[in-house]
Ligand binder design. Sequence first.
Ligand code: FAD
Length: 498
Amino acid sequence: MAETGRSDLVVVGAGAAGLYAALTAANAGASVTLISATALAESASYWAQGGLAVSLAADDSPSLHLEDTITAGRGAGRASAARVLCAEANMVLRDLTELGVAWDRDRHGRPALGLEGGHSKRRIVHAGGAATGRRITRALSAKAAESPLITVREDTRVDSLLSDGDHCRGIHISTGESVHARAVIFATGGAAAMWKRTSNPRGTIGRGLVVAHAAGAALADLEMVQFHPTALAMGGDRDGMLVTEAIRGEGAVLVDADGQRFVDELAPRDVVALAIHERLQDTGAESVALDMRSVDPRLFPNVFKSLLECGIDPATELVPVAPAAHYVMGGIQTDLNGQSTLPGLFAVGETACTGLHGANRLASNSLTECFVFGRRAALASLEAMPGRSGPVTVVDCPGPVLPSDATREALWANAGLLRNREGLESLLGDEHPLARLVALSALTREETRGAHRRSDFPDTRADLAGFHSSLLEGQTPAIVRWDPSESDPASISAPQLS
Ligand SMILES: Cc1cc2nc3c(=O)[nH]c(=O)nc-3n(C[C@H](O)[C@H](O)[C@H](O)COP(=O)(O)OP(=O)(O)OC[C@H]3O[C@@H](n4cnc5c(N)ncnc54)[C@H](O)[C@@H]3O)c2cc1C
């Protein structure tokens, strides 16, 4: 096995979570290899529009933020993780400011706060209007590039992990080389581009989930996929382009073909997305309209500019929108320090599942999560001291890497806003490993909860509150309750799959 290098830490992924984890570890004196399949500024993080949720306003507090997060999670959120997020958000915001992120400010010089669905207070901190992700990733990439302790490898894909049988010992990359390390942090992002209609960049295909699962890390809640209500619906390259929720916070309304409003635009995402989906099913239309004519274009210069480039003038015209796969709440199961069930492997950001989002992510909690848990995992990973090591081998990982059009269509049709057993079972024969894993998870949860709707199990079951689906290589999929100490999930039922 060719060894290209050895670092204290390998961080895989250079979105918000990976960049911040790498910088935190380097700041603590560790040598870091930062690996990204795409160029530093081409992650989902780069495209984030609204901002990050932080309780800053005089009438706000971490406990109100916590309440909103738990409410949005629909009884499946892990309170301890949500508590950490809300309590540490202010600290990482200060750190990001010191790292050079220039937030939009109000006339008093304080960060300007936006409002998004499901938030009871204004608490969305943003930069450059709706260019928050771009501003943050640019600032952090510049710092990473200039750090003498961080070695950056762009356009390099991690295809498998190195293992000594018990511990993750490094990574294996597509060129055939290996990098050995004391610990590996996966910050490989979500998987929403596995679905045909998506707001995500095409590379967001959850490869990290497949690699981690093959190496023996548990995955949790993969059935929990959030569909953003307002993605541009006009076909072509720009189909799925996100029109940020913050625009509805500033007064934009949704209307159907008859010009009638049909939903509270600031209800949580699952409620708004399902209301649109049902309206489309009832009318046979392909989109509803977002009326943003009352919104001040100066608040969202990038959104207005992008829509104008698509031939729509939102100052005078209605914008056609429909739901699109946006965010996967599930992922590599971790504790509150990002430690997965595989020693030596940590996960942070969208690829991780701390349980924080439950069955429905509260808008703008994901960037905050990237920073809060990215920092925690970086610090915890440096304390991970592997024991005696046996021979290190590359763990095989199933392909294909890229989803075919057929897989993306099948996921949209059978694991979309509305699902049933028959459709999900059809995915078990899909060629793509992640499509099969999503179906296995979804089949274990025989209820409707949050972003997840089962037409054959329309009710939310009180006895499944606090339960998480769990997939471990070689074991029967299970639905498990994470116990009160929340570090040792206890399996109490494992429904049979027919
Ligand atoms: C259009 C859009 C708008 C959004 N707006 C907001 C918002 O306003 N607020 C908010 O909180 N959230 C928002 N989100 C969600 C949020 O942006 C993401 O959840 C978050 O940025 C994920 O960050 P990440 O660092 O976990 O992953 P990403 O930013 O997706 O980065 C993943 C990285 O991993 C790399 N990678 C993946 N697989 C491999 C591999 N096998 N080998 C090597 N590298 C690999 C990729 O190249 C990339 O560098 C938005 C998402 C989208 C798509």
